[in-house]
Design a protein around this ligand. Structure first.
Ligand SMILES: Cc1cc2nc3c(=O)[nH]c(=O)nc-3n(C[C@H](O)[C@H](O)[C@H](O)COP(=O)(O)O)c2cc1C
Length: 309
């Protein structure tokens, strides 16, 4: 009997799959579709205090090896998502992830204060890595700023909280970020967000409108970078910080690799965008097949056990 059950913080999930924030999770209809899918749980669209329309279209394009986007955080506003999360709590679901992406530290504090004082009992993913807001640098690439944000957040916030990180590419940066994260009572990190500010060219033109065509890429392009980030943080973080892997997941094999590198849970972005929620059952079936072939019966049989030469 194969079990795909997994645990983050004090929560147990029936399986290790969920959507990546921002993908098919903005409206009530999209959130309901996720709820009715085979995923182990789901996360809401990163929200700002006020609703946002986001950047002008075209702002997302499917590519053969992934996707490029510069959405600019379109969302229905914090109140909508808090209201949704509280309804989920009332109906008995305390395993929901709630993504928060304030445009300033003050906005994040304001939203987290309201969540802290509410009945919400799920997990917050604080997004420190949105690459698509014109004029706003990613907090996750500013180490001192990240430390300051976490210091202020953990001065009052007591519920389960994790951070969504951008991809890192330099060993020293991994170490600097891990040293900061290890100072706080984080329950998880999610890595990676899109690789920011890539450029795709077709027919002598860019393919998306915002920012002169520059956008975040996801999908197969980013899998090796995502696996490296999961692996490196698995080695560097204290063991009570779980890792949610995200990036380049199209198949059960991709999920298997994320878990081998150290992920406890795995998110799907671009492929969910392309296939809709049926992607979860396909990938779960493939993952179970791989585990069956290898005589693994639980996620813990192979989590973090990547072989090194
Ligand atoms: C259309 C779109 C919107 C996204 N919006 C968000 C967002 O609101 N918050 C966030 O943390 N990440 C957002 N992301 C990044 C994804 O959550 C994910 O980190 C990234 O796409 C890599 O995963 P993938 O390779 O499975 O696509 C978005 C990605 C896409 C494609």
């Amino acid at each position: 009997m194969i079990s795909l059950e997994t645990t983050i913080s004090n929560k147990t999930f029936s399986n290790c799959l969920m959507n990546a924030s921002g993908v098919k999770c903005m409206t009530l209809e999209e959130l309901s579709n996720l709820k009715n899918s085979e995923s182990g749980t789901w996360i809401t669209k990163s929200c700002t205090i006020s609703p946002r329309e986001g950047n002008p279209s075209p702002r997302y394009v499917d590519l053969q090896l992934g996707s490029i986007n510069s959405m600019g955080l379109p969302n229905l506003g914090f109140e909508f998502y808090l209201d949704y999360a509280l309804k989920e709590h009332k109906s008995g679901n305390d395993n929901l992830f709630f993504s928060v992406a304030g445009l300033t530290l003050e906005d994040n504090i304001e939203m987290l204060t309201q969540i802290e004082n509410s009945d919400f009992q799920g997990l917050v993913e604080l997004n420190l890595s949105c690459p698509n807001i014109p004029g706003k640098p990613q907090t996750g690439y500013d180490f001192d700023r990240t430390d300051e944000v976490l210091k202020q957040v953990f001065s009052f916030y007591t519920k389960p909280l994790g951070v969504k990180l951008p991809p890192y590419f330099d060993i020293v940066h991994f170490e600097m970020m891990a040293n900061i994260l290890n100072k706080y009572q984080l329950r998880f990190i999610t890595c990676i967000n899109s690789i920011g500010n890539a450029l795709y060219v077709e027919d002598e033109s860019v393919v998306i409108k915002p920012k002169g065509g520059f956008g975040g890429i996801g999908g197969a392009y980013v899998k090796p970078t995502a696996l490296a980030n999961v692996r490196m943080f698995h080695k560097l973080l204290k063991k009570d910080i779980s890792i949610i892997g995200c990036g380049g997941v199209e198949s059960g094999k991709d999920v298997f690799e994320h878990i081998l590198c150290g992920a406890s849970m795995v998110q799907i972005g671009t492929q969910l965008m392309k296939d809709g929620t049926k992607v979860f059952s396909k990938i779960l079936t493939e993952l179970k097949e791989i585990m069956k072939d290898k005589n693994y019966t639980t996620i813990l049989d192979f989590k973090g056990k990547l072989k090194e030469l």
